[in-house]
Design a protein around this ligand. Structure first.
Ligand SMILES: NC(=O)c1ccc[n+]([C@@H]2O[C@H](COP(=O)([O-])OP(=O)(O)OC[C@H]3O[C@@H](n4cnc5c(N)ncnc54)[C@H](OP(=O)(O)O)[C@@H]3O)[C@@H](O)[C@H]2O)c1
Length: 295
């Protein structure tokens, strides 16, 4: 199997790299602003460069975790982020079709309005912010352009990461420094270990699966509950975690509150379970600051 990972310097992409290498797949990966050994630079908005890379490398599968994913930045810069997120992803989808590669796109539970989660793959999307609308736009365009694709909706992803941007990394660092962190108690989601997302992605590709899958851990909880679990596992005091409402945070973009997803379709397809929060965090603690693979 020959795979291309566009966005291999990010949280999901770096773990996809590791999972693909473990399978002895031939792998090429790209970065944008964060160079990593062995990765090559690529901008999603460079339609010519995207097409050239894909035509020359001729992958069987293209994983596309690259996205400008800062939710509030998307809300404040809808045009700029549309060019990267929607037009850029379409550049990849067109080139995937040209070489007959399967495209694996990473979407989110932000395609839903968050009034009545958790959501199944059959539930109707109704995004309430720019980021969610961009994700849905890409999902729809991929569905129209390609026959062979996977849309993997993920949420509240945590794990080891060189850039240390994800919720758990920031929480552990902030608490270890003795600082206060305000965490919403009304945002409900499904925390998911990134290693399991990467493993599920490769298993779905190996099984030649197609279509939309919710790739989530088995538990659903508020960000505040999750933060307390993190503090417990990492031996940090939870006293400095302040529960707040999302409204109090006054963020630019609306958040789907009663969100999270149901991953039954994935579990049944693969006959394989993703880790729950206790097992995922224990694994993370054990492997934190572990090595990052390069190619
Ligand atoms: N993390 C979550 O909790 C979560 C939840 C739901 C959905 N998702 C989705 O899952 C996917 C992966 O998330 P993640 O957490 O791994 O994101 P991430 O850590 O921010 O990684 C994003 C990747 O995209 C690359 N990238 C950004 N802008 C680019 C551009 N203009 N051209 C080419 N590459 C670009 C980044 O490169 P550099 O770092 O080198 O600049 C990085 O490799 C995203 O689509 C995200 O929206 C994530």
């Amino acid at each position: 199997m020959k795979v291309l990972i566009i966005g291999a310097s990010g949280l999901v992409g770096s773990h996809l790299l590791r999972s693909a290498q473990r399978r002895n797949w031939e792998v090429m990966g790209t970065y944008h602003n964060f160079p990593q050994p062995g990765l090559i630079p690529l901008r999603l908005t460079d339609a010519v460069g995207v097409r050239q890379l894909i035509r020359e490398y001729e992958p069987d599968t293209i994983f596309l975790p690259a996205f400008r994913s800062h939710v509030d930045y998307c809300e404040q810069h809808p045009e700029e982020t549309y060019q990267v997120n929607v037009a850029g992803s379409v550049n990849v989808a067109i080139a995937s079709g040209e070489v007959g590669a399967k495209l694996v796109f990473y979407s989110s539970d932000y395609v839903f309005n968050g009034r009545n989660g958790p959501y199944r793959e059959t539930d109707k999307p109704d995004p309430i912010c720019v980021y969610g609308r961009q994700k849905l736009a890409v999902e729809e365009k991929i569905g129209r352009l390609l026959a062979d694709f996977l849309i993997l909706r993920i949420t509240v992803v945590y794990g080891n990461e060189a850039q240390g941007k994800n919720f758990v990394s920031r929480l552990v660092t902030t608490l270890a420094e003795g600082q206060v962190l305000k965490v919403p108690q009304d945002q409900i989601g499904s925390p998911t270990l990134v290693d399991d997302i990467a493993e599920a992605s490769c298993r779905l590709v190996a099984a030649n699966a197609n279509g939309i899958f919710h790739v989530v851990g088995p538990e659903r909880m508020s960000r505040y509950q999750f933060a307390l679990e993190v503090a417990k596992v990492f031996g940090l005091s939870g006293e400095k975690i302040l529960p707040v409402t999302t409204a109090e945070l006054a963020q630019a973009a609306l958040r789907p509150l009663e969100a999270g997803m149901i991953g039954d379709k994935l579990v049944q397809t693969l006959n394989w379970n993703l880790r729950g929060v206790a097992a995922g965090l224990a694994y993370l603690k054990q492997t934190r600051a572990g090595e990052y693979v390069s190619i």
